[in-house]
Design a protein around this ligand. Sequence first.
Ligand code: C5P
Length: 236
Amino acid sequence: MTRSLLYEGKAKKVYQTDQSNELILSYKNDATAFNGKKKEVFDGKGRFNNLISSHVFHYLAEHDIPSHFIKKLNDTEQLVKKTTIIPLEVVVRNRATGSIVKRLGFEENRPFHPPLIEFFYKEDALDDPIINDQHALLLTDATDKELEQIKAYALRVNDVLMNLFDSIGVTLVDFKLEFGRDLLGQIVLADEISPDTCRLWDKETDAKLDKDVFRQGTGDLLTVYDTILKRLEAIK
Ligand code: C5P
């Protein structure tokens, strides 16, 4: 398969394949936090992100959630449908932690029933600010109906993934999703779902099994990503 580099982001490279509607996502070993201000390379990280995200997207497909994911190609790469990314980070929160505690003073760990959805504008130069629905309509070309569809998908993903992670002894605390439009104009889930983009806490010990160990310097990233991958592989 011939390929040409389309885009290089903080964590992934995106290649155009010889099929116009298919891209390769190649996961890098770079970990970044605080919009790239903290950075470190971990040999083997790209493999963990690719294998975990492939597992999660495969599971979502089995639960009828449309996404860009086609298949895992090898340890660090996956084949995806070409989409036009809508520049929104869609965060779903089941408990208060992270930025919402700093921003709004919620008590740490406070549960959200129903889960809380927040939109952030995906724009590095602005540090991805939180926005409301009206901002989202003005800043992106998504329609009202599409924003509602995105929120409905985000809640369905939450339901499905809470069950998946629960079955491996992990609480899904919060996570970030991105959506794109495929070549038919349909909204589909895109990007990755991994310990880079989710907060995953061990149900028994509350140990953090996600990128917070790197953000906060409280643990070994590769060890906790390996824990998540091994537990997912054990239920296959
Ligand atoms: O930092 P904050 O509390 O807003 O993060 C909420 C969730 O979104 C966390 O699971 C975090 O890993 C994820 N996130 C992300 N990419 C960002 C910001 C947050 O994956 N740029």
